[in-house]
Write a protein that binds this ligand. Structure first.
Ligand code: MEV
Length: 423
């Protein structure tokens, strides 16, 4: 291992030189690092040991009609078909009248874990007596939140084990996701507990299981909008209901069902400058809330309609964190024409349901590969060296080919170029 001591103290140029020499990077590789470093000061502000920017493509999903308002939805993803599928699902739902989306209160839970507890029942009574005082301490640690109408809402305790007690504090974070605010408030409360009760604190941190910050959406699709590939809409609807049942019964399928939902959710969470790991962990914990991991969405038949529902924790922010400092995030907020975190939550949860509909529709009718095939072949021919002008022709040729791997893409490209040269 080469010596990278004090890398963080070096300037960007020094870091690039250092890593290039140590790792024996070629001129071309150094150029990739340099050319990709689009915003050095921003990168340096956001993370440590910054060297370059790793960029993801952003696309727009269309046809979103949510609570009678039309939205453009920016999506950031590396996966082909996600944006197209999203628009497709949204278009069907828009024709059916759109989504009806709602949000709960926006409370985040912060936890203080107390360890080496000698008498847990007694400690809980002591904490209950102190509750008012502890909430004041928390609010005083972040007075501006209280001024804006936010702040602590409640405090609950419970015993985890003989020697472990946990305090959960609910905090209204207003328009932010609030991780830093919450952690500051918790640490103030932890210090008070240590001082007043002489109680040892193991740690204080927000919980990503945001059960008090839920978003939900529903849609009601008449059968006729679902017919596909010669299948009647009613049959497709029944198959989607079966797929939804399977995701409630089988964890292997539930994980994939939810992955499809998160394809859409994460892409908008990223475009909106929010922490997708926080949303992922909360979503999966919520999927297992009744003791078994299940699909987050459900599809049922009601009358001559297919009715879809999705509810999940969506503690996203509209301000704070990287949101204010990444210019593209403000631009994406403008594209979505949103004015609050709640509106963003409603879009994101609806994207999750549209994404799920598109995936299930494809799976129960033509299978997923057909729809993905052109996009996958496009990636393959580009990986084989095709340029933009050659892309479409080569994808057509690959569709005719027996083998659809990189070697065959390279051969087809070479043959095509030879023919092109020879007229
Ligand atoms: C692929 O990224 C997502 C799907 O597997 C989701 C699903 O199976 O529901 C198509």
């Amino acid at each position: 291992m080469q010596n990278y001591g004090k890398f963080y103290q070096k300037s960007w140029e020094e870091r690039i030189n250092h890593i290039s020499q140590n790792e024996k990077l070629t001129k071309e590789q150094i150029q990739i690092l340099k050319n990709s470093a689009h915003n050095k000061s921003l990168g340096d502000t956001m993370i440590e040991n910054y060297i370059t920017d790793y960029s993801y493509p952003e696309g727009i999903a269309f046809h979103y009609l949510i609570n009678n308002k039309r939205y453009l939805v920016p999506m950031v993803t590396e996966e082909p078909s996600v944006v197209a599928a999203s628009s497709h699902g949204a278009a069907i739902i828009a024709k059916a009248g759109g989504f009806l989306a709602k949000t709960s209160e926006r409370l985040m839970i912060g936890q203080i874990i107390l360890e080496s507890v000698e008498d847990s029942a007694k400690l809980i009574i002591e904490i209950q007596k102190l509750t008012k005082d502890l909430l004041v301490v928390a609010d005083q640690a972040h007075p501006s939140l209280k001024k804006r109408g936010g702040g602590t809402r409640w405090l609950k305790t419970h015993i985890l084990a003989e020697d472990l007690v946990v305090l959960n504090i609910a905090i209204d974070v207003q328009e932010a996701m609030g991780a830093n605010m919450i952690n500051t408030m918790l640490e103030a409360v932890a210090a008070r507990l240590e001082a007043v009760l002489r109680q040892q604190v193991l740690m204080s941190i927000l919980s990503n299981y945001a059960t008090e910050c839920l978003a939900s959406t529903t849609c009601k699709i008449p059968y006729e909008l679902l017919s596909k590939n010669g299948f009647a809409g009613e049959i497709i609807a029944q198959k989607i209901v079966q797929a939804s049942r399977v995701a409630q019964l089988d964890t292997y399928r539930a994980a994939t069902h939810n992955k499809g939902i998160m394809n859409g959710i994460d892409a908008v969470v990223m475009a909106s400058g929010n922490d997708w790991r926080a949303i992922e962990s909360g979503a999966h914990a919520y999927a297992a809330r009744n003791g078994q991991y299940k699909g987050l969405s459900t599809w049922k038949i009601s009358g001559d309609y297919l009715v879809g529902e999705l509810e999940m924790p969506l503690p996203v922010g509209f301000i704070g964190g990287s949101i204010g400092i990444v210019p593209l995030v403000s631009l994406n907020q403008k594209l979505m024409k949103i004015t609050s975190a709640r509106e963003l939550e409603q879009i994101i949860v609806s994207v999750g349901l549209a994404q799920n509909l598109a995936a299930l529709l494809a799976l129960v009718s033509e299978g997923i590969q057909k729809g993905h095939m052109r996009l996958q072949l496009k990636s393959l021919v580009i990986a084989a060296g095709a340029n933009v002008a050659e892309e479409a022709v080569l994808v057509d040729k690959m569709l005719q080919a027996d083998k659809r791997d990189i070697a065959s893409a390279k051969k087809i490209l070479t043959d095509y170029r030879k023919k092109d040269k020879n007229g």
